[in-house]
Design a protein around this ligand. Sequence first.
Ligand SMILES: C[S@@+](CC[C@H](N)C(=O)[O-])C[C@H]1O[C@@H](n2cnc3c(N)ncnc32)[C@H](O)[C@@H]1O
Length: 233
Amino acid sequence: MPATDTNIQSHRTPGSDGSRGSDGTPSTTRPKSADDIADLYADVADSLHRWRWADRLVTGRYRERQFGAASGCVLDVACGTGTNFPYLPVDVDLVGIDISPEMLANAREALDRLPLEGSLRRMDAQSLAFPADSFDTVVSALSTCTFPDPIEALQEMERVCKPDGRILLLEHGRSEVGPLARFQDWRAEAHYEKRGCRWDQEPVALVEQAGLPVVDEWTALLGTVTGIETAPR
Ligand SMILES: C[S@@+](CC[C@H](N)C(=O)[O-])C[C@H]1O[C@@H](n2cnc3c(N)ncnc32)[C@H](O)[C@@H]1O
């Protein structure tokens, strides 16, 4: 099934005053819009897909740990090239969304190779075109760092998740290790400009700022990778 466009709108971007927000969102003096982010991923979609073996090597075990128990109707928010798909149980009913048609084209290829039922749609994570309480499990990986407004996106995940459902996140952010964290701080602005990725964000603080309960959390790779389970309030 081809990816279809749904609900692509412009949204406010935090940090436009250059300050670090109390929500753990780092400062960015030139915040990018959803369109900017889509353009950026259009350029890298095919190479990310070609290099997926490298991603698996680094993050595969963490994706397995975080998403291996997803169940029922599963929404993968900002599914990118479908990197999470091989780690989902084969009996889930999957919907993947992303802002980038090029990333979704590669996700389609990834999905077609797997014994997994699913559909893909172009959609803005900050304005999900699903009714409330639609999904048993909402998963998302390495995504909040690129959303223009990650708080809005997290609250959308909460809205579409069933009241007894689970929201499983695998995020990256500022290291727990001083020298590495300071390097990230130093290069944060340049990294965001080039990649559209806030690599000095604090994922747990973001979830708390969105008002969601942190049910479980763990970190890996010197604290740069964080697994978070949250749930609708
Ligand atoms: C770093 S990639 C992660 C992709 C995938 N989840 C993974 O783990 O490999 C970030 C993804 O977020 C998507 N994205 C960024 N902003 C978005 C938005 N507002 N709505 C939907 N997708 C968005 C990008 O197009 C990109 O595919």
